[in-house]
Ligand binder design. Structure first.
Ligand code: HMG
Ligand code: MG
Length: 303
């Protein structure tokens, strides 16, 4: 079996992990989480989002968060790319004002999820992203893309691989350097993951695809293993398995970073992360949120 030698992990805990938490997570807690994550060897941390605070109140303090990152965390960890989600030009302008150097735009494979999540159709969302992408290019800001509901939609049900391919291509055409395929409700299986990648990879190079697996049905690691076997080398995950989308009923946490690292260790794939520090970080944020740790590896390796 051919596995990639190196895998890039994109930590989405501070954004995807916290956006769905019912209790407001205060700024010091977020800063502590991001600081601790920065010490684990991660090179990519999605720290927040510049979405409407009416839609996702938990992310309302992303402006203050990024000021703090720029002043006190980035200087100590210059190798780390801290990124943020931006749904429109307004969000992009806020991000730029906060000195963000990488943003993510997010579209969906299904019309219904697009409407529920960002209040517009898929084509409207792509039109909305176009001026944002132009601004990003002239400001030298990198853009990553997301496609949600790639293996199933909470509203539409099953999703065709063509629907995913179309949106993925559109995001790449807009200038995204990479598109992350979101199994938003964690419904995919190794079989459906293989079918999806088999449809995409003849058209899109594996280097431009990342996997973003939620773990609702406990399939995320198995799906990631299929992805690795098919040449994917970028994996999104959240420390302690935090996460979910407020607009996807039943969506549970992301695959946990600790579990992905354990999987990669077992395959001798380089990732650059320190598992003990990740576990400590996951335990810390879970204590702050008053929830149990969603990482099986963290639970098994409790001191
Ligand atoms: P809308 O209501 O259609 O927007 O929302 P609008 O343009 O009509 O504006 C309404 C109000 O929001 C206005 O304020 C705007 O100024 C303000 P008002 O005049 O009423 O006082 N507004 C903003 N304020 C701050 N920042 C902004 C912004 N934009 C408008 N950027 C909108 C459309 C896209 C804004 C909204 O639907 C939204 O924010 N949606 C975000 C939902 C979200 O964050 N979902 C979770 C992230 S996606 C995800 O988790 C999936 C992923 O993990 C992958 C996967 O798992 O599949 C990425
Ligand atoms: Mg997600």
């Amino acid at each position: 079996m051919n596995y990639p030698k190196n895998v890039k992990i994109v930590e989405v805990g501070p954004r995807d992990g916290l956006q769905n938490e019912k209790i407001t997570v205060d700024l010091p807690t977020k800063i502590k989480l991001i600081h601790q994550l920065s010490e684990t060897g991660l090179l990519n941390i999605e720290a927040g989002s510049f979405v409407s605070p009416k839609w996702v109140p938990q992310m309302a303090n992303s402006d203050d968060l990024f000021q703090e990152i720029n002043q006190n965390i980035s200087p100590a960890f210059p190798q780390i790319q801290f990124s943020a989600l931006t749904p429109n030009e307004k969000g992009f302008d806020r991000a730029i004002e906060c000195g963000v150097k990488e943003v993510a735009i997010f579209a969906a494979a299904t019309e219904q999820f697009s409407q529920k999540n960002i209040n517009c159709s898929i084509s409207e969302s792509l039109e909305r992203f176009a001026p944002l992408a132009e601004k990003a290019q002239s400001a030298n800001v990198r853009i990553r893309g997301y496609v949600s509901c790639v293996l199933g939609c909470p509203y539409q049900g099953s999703v065709g691989t063509d629907e995913v391919l179309d949106v993925t291509k559109s995001l790449l055409d807009l200038g995204c350097y990479e598109v992350s395929l979101g199994d938003t409700i964690g419904i995919g299986t190794p079989g459906s993951t293989k079918d999806l990648l088999s449809a995409l990879l003849p058209v899109i190079p594996a280097e431009q695809i990342a996997l973003h697996m939620h773990d609702t049905y406990g399939q995320a690691l198995a799906n990631i293993l299929i992805g690795l076997q098919m040449g994917i080398s970028v994996i999104d995950s959240a420390v302690a398995g935090l996460g979910g989308c407020p607009y996807a009923k039943g969506a549970s946490g992301n695959v946990s970073t600790e579990d992905v690292v354990y999987l990669l260790n077992g395959l001798d794939i380089n990732h650059g992360l320190q598992l003990d520090k990740l576990i400590e970080t996951g335990n810390g944020i879970c204590a702050a949120l008053g929830r149990s740790n969603g990482s099986k590896v963290a639970r098994a390796m409790q001191p």
